[in-house]
Design a protein. Structure first.
Length: 590
């Protein structure tokens, strides 16, 4: 029998196995709750967040005679869950148990839900023996909540195994909500085919898919770019008298916009109108974003104007898409006019509005305007996010203001914002670019000690920076250190190191890395060979290049633009070079 192994909330392992129509528990450890979340700062009122009032009400309920019904206790707990006082709910439940107050499936489901919302699905499973002890039956709500909790902690395999066991051993008949929960969880994690398979399984069973289920599958297919399959599902819906709604159409329109299939978008619009279904603001935002990303900002504005006439009011997302479109075209004045006009329209700008404009100014190296907007964020009582900081740091490094970049980074840390991998990569790239190797390595060593990153791309930044600063020994040392981190070098890692050796004319070392690359199962690519050929050309080692080029051509690789430009410069000085590489004429056509 297949078992689902989990841990209790105390960290003590227990194994639960499902047999027949109930869970049997081989072992289970009781959970201990902390009531520390009950504090003065939570005093906001029972219906508006006040925990003290909720607790007082509970104590009144348990002392009156006769006791309120379990429905009343359930309502109180659900109200507290809405206020996000999860640990307090669990604490009050234990008091109910100690007082011997009867409990119901509604109350137990609330306990499971509280644990899941606290990202403690292990403890949620430990509530199940209480059902058995009190003779309360499990239902679809119980297991749907557990499945949702498993997905929330990204325990996809456990969620699927639980669902399969429920179906296979007929423990609980999945309803539409349970199907929707597991299909939504799978689709959001890229498991589109599994989502589609569940739809087909559902169609064969007693519980038939509804509009919500079909919409999940269509959205997943659209996000995968499989629009033909999505439209086929749409047609199936119509044949089965399950009419699509605006959400369904929006998913397909979004997919078509991303692929630039505007004629099909027009067809869908006509279809919607024939069904007396009219686009909403979300439809407008999808169209605006799609058109702007293709540089068709005027078309996007025309669509917006037309939809306003039809009663669809644009929101901040619409205007952000327009601003982004103009920034992508370098028309910052037009983007800024939209930004400034939002005040007159009584639409509140958000951090995305600022990020779009700041990014546009930084790309045009207009740091004064970017910094003015950056400061304005604080003046409005808001806070920049990691994207904002990263954009400003990139902009400052781009114009050589590394000192200001370091100051912004320090201010960010003092403000309590935790830098992510992108910010640290920007800092390292900036430090290396301006020869600040000591600062770069100091930051890298600190991050490595804290084990903050285990991404090969992060190490590639360091190896590349060291190579470009002529620190080949240090770069090679970082490369060798990778084997102790458990990370495998990728093709970029090898290419960066090979390029470093070639720049220093250390071709034997470069070829050694190439051979090591192949021995480690990492196939060289077009960049690898072009880097080595460029090294030979820069040093005028034509015979070595000719020999190496035979291997390159034999593997199906050709010169890139940089290699071709170097070759042209060499031929200008010494035209006879062409006679030395006949393979260039016969084979280098791929």
């Amino acid at each position: 029998m297949k078992r689902i192994s989990l841990r209790s909330c105390n960290g003590i392992p227990f194994i639960s196995s499902i047999s027949g129509s109930a869970f049997t528990f081989r072992a289970w450890s009781s959970c201990h709750y902390s009531n520390k979340s009950i504090s003065v700062k939570d005093k906001l009122g029972v219906n508006s967040g006040n925990l003290d009032d909720a607790v007082t009400l509970f104590h009144q309920m348990v002392t009156v005679k006769p006791l309120p019904s379990v429905v009343d206790f359930s309502k109180l707990f659900n109200n507290m869950i809405k206020m996000k006082h999860y640990s307090a709910v669990l604490s009050l439940f234990r008091q109910m148990q100690n007082l011997g107050i009867p409990i119901s499936d509604f109350i137990l489901n609330s306990m499971i839900n509280s644990y899941c919302l606290m990202y403690r699905v292990d403890c949620a499973f430990s509530v199940l023996p209480i059902y058995l002890k009190n003779g309360v039956s499990f239902d679809a709500v119980t297991f749907t909540t557990l499945i949702r909790g498993l997905f929330a902690e990204n325990k996809v395999k456990d969620a699927v195994e639980l669902f399969k066991k429920l179906v296979r051993e007929k423990i609980c008949e999945p309803n539409q909500v349970m199907y929707g929960t597991i299909m939504n969880g799978l689709s959001k994690r890229g498991h589109t085919q599994k989502t589609l398979s569940l739809l087909r399984l559902m169609e064969q069973g007693n519980t038939k898919p509804d509009l919500f289920i079909y919409s999940i599958v269509i959205d997943a297919l659209c996000k995968d770019g499989n629009l033909d399959a999505a439209i086929n599902i749409l047609n199936e819906m119509k044949q089965k008298d399950t009419p699509p709604n605006i959400v369904t159409y929006n998913s397909i329109i979004d997919g078509l916009c991303k692929l630039g299939q505007w004629e099909k978008v027009k067809t869908l619009f006509s279809e919607m109108v024939n069904l007396n279904m009219y686009p909403d603001v979300h439809t407008l935002n999808i169209l605006t974003d799609g058109l702007c990303k293709e540089g068709k900002v005027e078309d996007a504005e025309e669509v917006m104007k037309h939809m306003v006439e039809k009663g669809v009011e644009p929101n901040i997302i619409t205007y952000n898409a327009l601003m982004d479109g103009y920034c992508l075209r370098g028309q910052l004045d037009r983007a800024r006019r939209i930004f400034d006009s939002l005040i007159d329209k009584c639409i509140e700008t958000d951090i995305f509005s600022y990020n779009i404009l700041i990014n546009g100014y930084c790309k045009k190296k207009k740091l004064a305007e970017a910094m003015q907007l950056f400061c304005e964020i604080f003046q409005k009582g808001s806070k920049p996010n990691n994207f904002t900081y990263n954009t400003i740091l990139q902009g400052l490094f781009e114009v050589g203001r590394s000192g200001d970049a370091k100051q912004i980074y320090a201010e960010m840390l003092s403000a309590g914002t935790k830098a992510d991998i992108y910010i640290h990569a920007t800092l390292l790239n900036g430090y290396f670019k301006y020869g600040l190797v000591e600062e770069a390595m100091s930051l890298f060593n600190k991050l490595e000690r804290n084990r903050e990153y285990t991404d090969i791309a992060f190490y590639n930044v360091v190896i590349n920076g060291l190579c470009k600063n002529g620190k080949l020994d240090e770069a090679h040392a970082v490369f060798e250190k990778l084997c102790f981190t458990g990370l495998l070098p990728d093709v970029r890692t090898y290419n960066v190191l090979i390029n470093g050796f070639c720049l220093e004319q250390l071709f034997d070392e470069a070829k050694d890395i190439l051979r090591k690359m192949e021995d480690n199962g990492c196939s060289p690519d077009r960049v690898t060979y072009n880097v080595i050929v460029q090294g030979f050309l820069r040093c005028n080692k034509i015979s070595e290049m000719t020999s190496f080029m035979k291997e390159m051509v034999g593997r199906g690789f050709s010169f890139d633009a940089s290699t071709a430009a170097l070759l042209v410069n060499v031929v200008r000085v010494n035209p006879s070079v062409l006679d030395m590489i006949p393979e260039l004429h016969s084979n280098n056509k791929k």
